[in-house]
Ligand binder design. Structure first.
Ligand code: SAH
Length: 260
């Protein structure tokens, strides 16, 4: 609903949109996201990871936030919002995962600014799609952990990779490929065997996507020779092992249909 009024020249107010751009492929954005981008007056995008092909043909002004700090981003957002512009803050994948949107939303809360969040396809799921693997396999694991190796951003000790590895679930490890040796050391210390399957996908869903498949024993050397250093997802766990032939009961003839 527009609160604008032509007589008083008061601009109409549009909620700021935090939008998930998806993992890279410009077709992997939601229909709602595509519409909001097309209608936006001002788009502030995380240039290091968002595929700029998404911005081709848009009418709004586009700003790369790569060189901007939080204050500069918020200043730009507030200015646009108060001018009545449709402002989109475009984040890679899904904004709820390592999107750093919390501090932006809290700042907007303090300013009394209205906003909404529109989800996107996380790179974790784009990577699973590339690998053609289901991350939850009956009787193997029914749990997916989205996590990262501690880096400049610390990770609480109770959820270190070593601790999480003890669960033997499927793990999607973000932001960590440059520390692969440490990832492998921590996972093995935590109880994953050296034979545990692991895959690394660089730039999943982009044209230049690269895939490495190996085990915890081989993957460090594979990463070393591939020179993959960033924008890569590590997925590890027994669910990647195609040898398991256990099928889900969901489509078993004896399973009640209402759960399908
Ligand atoms: N919100 C994003 C994650 C941002 S953190 C999401 O939901 O995907 C940035 C990290 O995400 C990168 O270091 C990398 O681990 C991962 N990443 C982002 N895009 C990727 C892609 N296309 N392929 C593989 N990993 C990707």
């Amino acid at each position: 609903m527009s609160r604008g009024n032509e007589n008083t020249q008061e601009p109409s107010i549009h909620p700021v949109v935090f939008l998930g751009a998806g993992p890279g492929d410009p077709e992997l954005i939601t229909l709602k996201g595509r519409r909001l981008l097309d209608q936006a007056d001002l788009i502030i995008y995380a240039g290091s990871l968002v595929n700029t092909a998404l911005l081709e043909g848009v009418g709004g002004r586009c700003h790369d936030s790569a060189g901007m700090d939080l204050e500069a981003i918020i200043t730009l957002v507030l200015k646009g919002y108060r001018q009545g512009l449709k402002v989109v803050r475009l984040h890679t994948g899904d904004p709820a995962i390592y999107g750093a949107i919390r501090e932006q939303m809290q700042w907007l809360d303090r300013e009394g600014v209205d906003y909404e969040v529109v989800p996107g396809v996380s790179s974790a799921f784009a990577t699973a799609a590339t690998l053609k693997r289901e991350l939850t396999v009956p009787e193997v694991t029914q749990t997916v952990i989205l996590t990262r190796q501690a880096g400049r951003t610390p990770v609480p000790e109770r959820e270190s990779l070593t601790r999480l590895a003890a669960i033997q679930a499927t793990m999607c490890i973000f932001l960590s490929v440059s520390m692969m040796d440490q990832v492998v050391a921590d996972l093995t210390a935590g109880g994953y065997s050296e034979e545990t399957p692991v895959a690394v996908v660089e730039k999943a869903s982009w044209p230049e996507e690269r895939v490495l498949r190996g085990t915890l024993k081989t993957i460090s050397a594979q990463i070393g020779s591939s020179k993959i250093r960033k924008t890569a997802m590590i997925i590890v766990g027994p669910a990647l092992d195609d040898a398991s032939t256990i099928a889900s009961k969901l489509y078993d003839t004896s399973f009640k249909h209402e759960y399908r």
